[in-house]
Design a protein around this ligand. Structure first.
Ligand code: OSB
Ligand code: MG
Length: 369
C-alpha cells in the first residue's frame, strides 16, 4: 500500500499529578503524535521522547528533527507491505529509537487496518485482557506514599511499582510492606545507584519484591551481572536494553532475569517482538513498560502485552491514572481483575478524537503539506 502523507503534531497534556523519579519530575507530558495516510486509511503512532534528555538522550525536539528530516522521507511515497521491513530501513539512522518507533507504530496500525485485523492479532497476541499495575512516583513523605498506594489498591490495581532513589528506598519499601504484607510490589531506580550501594539492595532483598528495575548505569550490563549474583530478587533491565542484541548479551552475562519492553526504547514493535521471542526461548519473563503514554501509545502497548511471554503485569494503567482528559474515546478503564481489555477493532482499535488532539497541539507539520 502506498504511503501518501505523514502528519506530525507535538502535543502537551497536563498530568493529574507530578511524576517524580530519581532523575526528573514531569508535570506535563509532551509527545509527538504521528499520523500516516494512504488508501483512505489513517494509522496512528506515539513518539514517547520527553521534553528533556533525562530517561534517554532523545527529546521531543530531537525526535521532531529526526522524523521530519530523515525517517519520514524514507517512507513517503513508498509501497509498504510489512511493518517488519521498516527496522532494516531505519537502521541507516543510528540510534533515535523513539523517533523510529513513533513512525513504525503508526505504520503497523495503518497496515493492520488495511488487513482488517487488530494490532494485537497482527503481532500474534494471544489474550483479550492484559494484567496491569501502577508506577508510583517519589512522594513527599512515607505517609503520602502509603496513602497513594492504598488509593490505587482501592481502585483495583493489584501490582504496585514505586520509584526509588538513594534516601527513598528501604524505608519506603518497609512502610509499604508493613501496611500491605501481601502486596505485589516492585521498585524502579532509573539508574540511580552504583555497586557501592550493594548493601541497600541486600536490604531490599528481604522484602519479597517481584523485581528490582534498572538499579545501575543506564547503559550498563556488566555491573548488573555482578549485582544480580548477590541478590535473590530478579533484576529487571529497562534503560540498558536498546536492541534485541542487548537482550541477548544481558541474558548471557546474567545481568538480569526479567526484561521490561518498551517499544519506544527499542525502536518499535518489530524489535519489541524480537526481544519477546528471544526471552521466551530462554524462559525469561518480560513485561510491558510505560512512558506515561496518551491513549494512542497506550493502545499499542496493550496490543503488545497480549503476546504470550508478557507474564508480569505491565506499567499500563487506565487513562484516568494519568490524565483528566484523553485523546481517544472511550478512554482505557481498569477491569475489576486489574486488567485492561485488548481492543478488538482494526489496528490499535481505539477512536482518536482529533478535536481533543487539536486542543493539546503546540505545533504541527505534514509532508506533503
Ligand atoms: O522507568 O519505567 C520507567 C515513565 C517515564 C519514563 C520512564 C519510566 C516511567 C514509568 C511510568 O515508570 C510508567 C507508566 O505508567 O507509564
Ligand atoms: Mg523503568
Amino acid at each position: 500500500m502506498y504511503l501518501e502523507r505523514v502528519a506530525l503534531r507535538h502535543i502537551q497534556m497536563p498530568l493529574l499529578a507530578p511524576f517524580e523519579t530519581s532523575g526528573w519530575v514531569e508535570t506535563e507530558r509532551s509527545c509527538i503524535i504521528v499520523a500516516v495516510f494512504g488508501g483512505g486509511l489513517i494509522g496512528w503512532g506515539e513518539c514517547v521522547a520527553m521534553d528533556g534528555p533525562w530517561y534517554s538522550y532523545e527529546t521531543t525536539e530531537t525526535a521532531w528533527h529526526i522524523l521530519r528530516d530523515f525517517l519520514v522521507p524514507m517512507v513517503l511515497g513508498q509501497d509498504i507491505q510489512h511493518a517488519e521491513d521498516l527496522s532494516a530501513q531505519f537502521e541507516r539512522v543510528r540510534g533515535h529509537p523513539m523517533a523510529k518507533a513513533g513512525l513504525e507504530i503508526a505504520i503497523w496500525d495503518w497496515l493492520a487496518k488495511a488487513s482488517g485485523v487488530s494490532l494485537a492479532q497482527a503481532l500474534g497476541g494471544v489474550r483479550d485482557r492484559v494484567d496491569v499495575g501502577v508506577s508510583v512516583g517519589i512522594q513527599p513523605s512515607l505517609a503520602n506514599l502509603v496513602e497513594r498506594v492504598e488509593r490505587y489498591l482501592i481502585e483495583g490495581y493489584r501490582r504496585i511499582k514505586i520509584k526509588i532513589k538513594p534516601g527513598w528506598d528501604v524505608a519506603a519499601v518497609q512502610a509499604l510492606r508493613r501496611a500491605f504484607p501481601e502486596l505485589r510490589l516492585q521498585v524502579d531506580a532509573n539508574s540511580a545507584y552504583t555497586l557501592a550501594h550493594v548493601p541497600i539492595f541486600q536490604a531490599l532483598d528481604e522484602y519479597n519484591l517481584l523485581l528490582v528495575e534498572q538499579p545501575l548505569g543506564a547503559d550498563d550490563l556488566f555491573d548488573h551481572a555482578q549485582l544480580q549474583q548477590q541478590l535473590r530478587t530478579p533484576i529487571c533491565l529497562d534503560e540498558s536494553i536498546h536492541t534485541p542484541d542487548d537482550a541477548r548479551v544481558a541474558l548471557s552475562l546474567g545481568s538480569c532475569r526479567v526484561i521490561n519492553i518498551k517499544p519506544g526504547r527499542v525502536g518499535g514493535l518489530a524489535a519489541s517482538r524480537r526481544i519477546h521471542d528471544l526471552c521466551a526461548a530462554q524462559n525469561i519473563p518480560v513485561w510491558c513498560g510505560g512512558m506515561l503514554e496518551t491513549g494512542i501509545g497506550r493502545a499499542a502497548n496493550v496490543a503488545l502485552a497480549s503476546l504470550p511471554n508478557f507474564r508480569l503485569p505491565g506499567d499500563i494503567s487506565a487513562s484516568a491514572r494519568y490524565y483528566a482528559e484523553e485523546v481517544i474515546d472511550p478512554p482505557f478503564v481498569l477491569n475489576p481483575d486489574s486488567t485492561l481489555t485488548v481492543p478488538r477493532g482494526p489496528g490499535i482499535g481505539v477512536h482518536v478524537d482529533e478535536r481533543q488532539l487539536d486542543r493539546f497541539t503546540l505545533r504541527r507539520m505534514a509532508c506533503p503539506a
